[in-house]
Design a protein around this ligand. Structure first.
Ligand code: CAA
Length: 376
């Protein structure tokens, strides 16, 4: 049993940490005003960060899965916005093509996605089908050499900025989840209508939009996998995607914890630093313990994934626990900061706002419990 990172993984951590501090930290204020980090993503592409686990044959960095998780973890310590953009782009925007695409589809799209020339998005959720993803109503009908897709999607991360959308629609509603198919849709396709930009509680620099398909025509060759395979493609990629969101939650929790420790050592009340007072010291101890536990769950799930083993249950456990940890630790961090924590002068209020969604997207905590309990 070896719980240490390899030299290569440690180098990845250092590289991403340095990059995040140098390139992302100065841009946080702009992102907090709603600016999408285009230039940062371009630089990440140049460093090979937009295709970390993608094989070199398809233009990726061909690094192990844990290195990819390390990158999301470290980026999210500085910016959870950049963390989620990378996670969605890789896990559910690029991997479905890599794992289920034809050789032609892989050659056409994956190198551009891995280089960061293209950004990926994943269109599963609908107004009436969130947790019950299999209940989606978007419809795809084959007419000769193309499919015509109609329907609407909500909460699409990277929507409006992405170049490639993995779209799920039913080709045979009578078959339920077995009638769902997946499609590769390029930006600019006629009938792909980007709608309302959601005004979110946090992650202000990431875009989350509604999307409508109005008689959107997709060439037949853009079907991903086979007709009816879509739900398995969605679920299979979410299994892995959830480790990425867990790593994002971990990054947020660590950032809040480190800020709280630094403040508690400096802030004096009753004649001594609050860190030396039991009420605060115990809080910090609980935060540190939960973070350590989340870290172990996440890197264990990542290791299973790296070995090509089933990791659905472990990924859900990691996401369930890490997102809960992020919400609890960021809440306690504000408590440590007291009144100052409730102001925008300190970053803990941003961490608190960014943390909550990790208990919601890529499957709510309740859905993670369903996935876990079904496998017990
Ligand atoms: N891998 C492969 N196949 C899977 C699977 C998996 N992980 N999970 C289910 N399947 C298969 C099942 O085996 C079954 O096929 P068979 O009948 O051939 O065995 C089929 O799919 C249907 O399975 P279920 O009956 O279990 O499906 P269900 O309708 O009960 O739903 C669910 C299961 C787990 C609740 C699922 O609907 C789910 O995960 N919901 C949450 C949706 C979600 O996570 N959305 C996130 C949107 S993306 C996002 O949030 C990105 C972002 O912005 C950050």
């Amino acid at each position: 049993m070896d719980l240490r990172f390899t030299e290569e993984q440690n180098m990845m951590r250092k590289m991403v940490k340095d990059f995040a501090q140098k390139e992302i930290a100065p841009f946080i204020e702009k992102m907090e005003q709603g600016e999408f980090p285009r230039d940062i993503l371009k630089k990440m592409g140049e460093l090979g960060l937009m295709g970390i686990p993608i094989p070199a044959k398809y233009g990726g960095s061909e690094m192990d899965f844990a290195s990819y998780i390390i990158a999301i973890h470290e980026l999210s310590k500085i910016s959870a916005t950049v963390g989620v953009i990378l996670s969605v782009h890789t896990s559910v925007g690029t991997n479905p093509i890599l794992y289920f695409g034809t050789e032609e589809q892989k050659q056409k799209y994956v190198p551009k996605l891995a280089a960061g020339d293209y950004l990926g998005a994943f269109c599963l959720t609908e107004p009436g089908a969130g947790s019950d993803a299999g209940g989606l109503k978007s419809r795809a009908v084959l007419n000769g050499d193309h499919y015509t897709i109609n329907g609407s999607k909500v909460f699409i991360t990277n929507g409006g900025e992405a170049d490639i959308y993995i779209v799920f629609a039913s080709t045979n509603p009578a078959k339920g989840t077995k009638g769902i198919s997946a499609f590769i849709v390029e930006k600019g396709t006629s009938g792909l209508i980007i709608g309302k930009d959601e005004h979110k509680m946090g992650l202000y620099g990431s875009r989350t939009v509604q999307i409508t398909f109005e008689n959107m025509k997709i060439p037949k060759e853009n079907l991903l996998g086979e007709e009816g395979q879509g739900f398995k493609i969605a679920m299979g990629n979410l299994d892995v995607g959830r480790i990425g969101i867990a790593a994002q939650a971990l990054g947020i929790a660590e950032a809040a914890y480190e800020a709280a420790v630094a403040y508690a050592k400096e802030r004096q009340q009753f004649g001594r630093p609050i860190a030396t007072q039991q009420g605060i010291g115990f809080k910090l101890a609980d935060m540190a313990t939960a973070i350590e536990a989340a870290k172990l769950l996440i890197y264990r799930a990542a290791d299973l994934r790296a070995q090509g083993l089933n990791c659905g249950r472990e990924a859900s456990m990691a996401k369930l626990f890490a997102s809960k940890t992020a919400v609890e630790v960021t809440t306690e961090a504000i408590q440590v900061f007291g009144g100052y924590g409730y102001t925008k002068d300190y970053p803990v209020e941003r961490f608190f706002r960014d943390a909550k969604v990790t208990e919601i997207y890529e499957g709510t905590s309740e859905i993670q419990r369903i996935v876990i309990s079904k496998q017990l």
